[in-house]
Design a protein around this ligand. Sequence first.
Ligand code: ZN
Length: 314
Amino acid sequence: MRHRWTDAPRHLCWILISVSVAGCATLGSQGQALIPTRYQTRTGPFIVFTSTPTAPDAPAIRCLRALESDVATTLGMRVKTEEPAVEVYVLNDRESFNHFLRFYYPELPSRRAFFLAQGSRRVVYAFQSDRLEEDLRHEATHALLHVAVGDLPLWLDEGLAEYFEVPSSRHGLNDEHLARLPEDVSLGWTPDLAKLESLTTVREVTMRDYREAWAWVHFMLNGSSANKAILLATFADLRASPTQAKPLSQRLAAGEKPAGALMLAHVEKLRTQPVAVSPAASASVSTVRLQEPSQDAPVEKRGFFDRVRVWLGW
Ligand SMILES: [Zn+2]
């Protein structure tokens, strides 16, 4: 089983092995179910569950429809019709979501949205907020990738989610990450894909790692047709054998120039493009999501995570 968690800066994702969503719970004296199931809206591979009616052209529905198209166009990945639908539960508000988390996942830190895969089920949980579309695009990206490829390396899964979480009109351009990377460089940071690939748990992943993951993904998808072919070949290999697929760093090592320098040059080129600094566009896209480590809710050392780590051999 796989969890991808996100939050206010969010995007801390947990890989778990077994959580069952079962039982019956209600919110307060209103008797309202914790998990909305009353209304269902189908769009492509998604079924969106809400407690109030959702119009077919509601922003949440449209963003999922657009995401499916974006992933198909960019990566050539489409969910087969015989696949079980990705379940998307949108709770009414943060209070309801927190209550839901406390009831079903009391050992997990509070997050704004998350994805989990359990057997053939892929489930996204989120709640109504001004960042719902961003949350849905991020988590639903995890879901689509899981259906199409299976388990991806952590850094690649997150880099792709960061890439696709921005509206379609941005074509993967995450303004916040783009703005912060030069600062990273000025502080002495240099790209290190092999190091990124060595990360296996989200607790190891820093905010800068998320930025770097996004940058590598953008570089691979937009830097050149050869780069994109390498990335798509990686997906094919991961689909065939997740444990045998050659890491991307090794695939890029065959190039004439260091891949890290080429990636940084790509980022710099993006920064000088007018579209990257459009005030109107920047104002309409909120991409600051990564949670400060100090804001993380503490996790009981002998709690659920430790059991999961044992199961996973961490
Ligand atoms: Zn994520």
